[in-house]
Design a protein around this ligand. Structure first.
Ligand SMILES: *Cc1c(COP(=O)(O)O)cnc(C)c1O
Length: 392
């Protein structure tokens, strides 16, 4: 019910709204992705890389002091311990293997904050494929360490100099490139967004997260299902992975945490589901923040990874159907929760993740509840933001 249907829709959301010229590329992927990822040879290589290169399974850690503080039972799924420091690499490994099976020799991607660019450059180095990453000129200046990482990994970073010189423009450049290079190039999209089959393909690659949670929870609690599974949502890929094997299990509450920025009603936020209306972005129909005449509004969040005006179609459907509970968390609440986890557990989380950790002031749980929070990434990349915020 909550998975994609044959036409590429989650309820009324999803589909492939793409220019005619892109149709052959997307159609080639759509026709082949399921059969490729179900091949034994694919599964073997994917699982081996996840184990030996990424470091999976990642631990499911019972956060004792954090649980005591919030008077409930909180497990953290440690995606921050993945190679490169976040969940994104699960997807880029999967997609580069798909690209190889389709005999593609050239990889393109777009990136905003640079995290997806780094995850893509990493797997291109691993496989020895050419890597071109489009990035807004302004983002290149803002995210210098990630640009340096990509270059060191052998990628070419191409500045997008049109429009607002940020993610939207980088996406346009990547699409233009793909139209011009339809036969040898695969476009690695970094979240559960974009035209069908991307949201479903990316969700499948990230679904290893909930597959592991089930096994690990069974070992420690004697049952596979927690009462709640919680994740932050930018485009929604770490959340889709954490929810995937629980979507059709009604006893598991699904909680999605979005960035309220400076506050939902301030005009500076990224709380897409609450503020958004149905529209088309990045080739799919979903909820997005827009003006009354349909112009996409600039999102804002202190965390670069949540600063996206749309949300994946799976999440739009979870919101519209009521299956998911959506909570928005301000910059201040997230920063405090990030500091709190650091002091109580010795884990410095990415600021994206800090949003998911901040729900306990607004949302009360029972003492006996079991809650799994997906700890999507580590905070090293955000140290300067933490330093400035807390004057450390
Ligand atoms: C990119 C990123 C996110 C947001 O992306 P999703 O596709 O919503 O998961 C969240 N957390 C971390 C650590 C990230 O790097």
């Amino acid at each position: 019910m909550y998975h994609v249907n044959e036409k590429g829709y989650y309820g009324e959301f999803g589909g492939a709204y793409i220019p005619e010229m892109l149709y052959p590329n997307v159609e080639e992927l759509r026709q082949n992705y399921i059969s490729i990822i179900q091949q034994e040879s694919f599964k073997k290589e994917f699982n081996e890389l996840l184990a030996k290169y990424v470091g999976r399974p990642t631990p499911l850690y019972y956060a004792k002091r954090f649980s005591e503080k919030h008077n409930t039972n909180i497990y953290l799924k440690r995606e921050d311990l993945c190679h490169t420091g976040a969940h994104k690499v699960n997807n880029t490994i999967g997609q580069i293997l798909v690209a190889k099976h389709l005999n593609k020799t050239r990889i393109i991607a777009e990136t905003g904050a640079g995290q997806h660019g780094v995850a893509t450059a990493t797997v291109c180095a691993l496989m020895g494929l050419e890597c071109i990453v489009y990035m807004g000129e302004i983002d290149i200046k803002r995210q210098a360490p990630n640009v340096a990482r990509m270059k060191m990994l052998g990628a070419t970073v191409v500045p997008a100099t049109s429009g607002s010189k940020t993610l939207k423009d980088a996406t346009n450049e990547a699409i233009r490139d793909w139209i011009n290079n339809p036969t040898d190039t695969h476009y690695i999209i970094g979240s559960v967004v974009g035209p069908h089959p991307y949201p479903d393909m990316v969700a499948r690659f990230q679904s290893v997260i909930s597959k592991e949670i089930k096994q690990q929870l069974k070992e420690v609690e004697g049952k596979e299902n927690p009462d709640y599974v919680v994740a932050c949502v930018g485009g929604g890929s770490n959340a889709a992975g954490a929810y995937y094997h629980y979507l059709d299990e009604p006893d598991v509450g699904i909680i999605a945490v979005e960035a309220a920025g400076k506050g939902i009603n301030t005009g500076e936020s990224a709380a897409t589901s609450v503020l958004g209306k149905a529209g088309i972005i990045h080739g799919s129909k979903t909820l997005l923040m827009q003006t009354n005449d349909g112009q996409i509004t600039e999102p804002y969040s202190i965390s670069a990874g949540l600063d996206y005006p749309g949300v994946g179609p799976m999440h739009a459907h979870l919101y519209a159907s009521g299956r998911g509970e959506f909570i928005s968390i301000t910059d201040d609440e997230a920063m405090q929760a990030g500091l709190e986890l650091s002091k109580l557990e010795g884990i410095i989380p990415a600021i994206e993740t800090s949003h998911a950790l901040a729900i306990f002031n607004n949302r009360k749980f029972k003492k006996e509840d079991i809650i799994v929070i997906n700890l999507s990434g580590r905070g090293d990349k955000d140290l300067n933001t933490y330093i400035d915020y807390f004057s450390l």
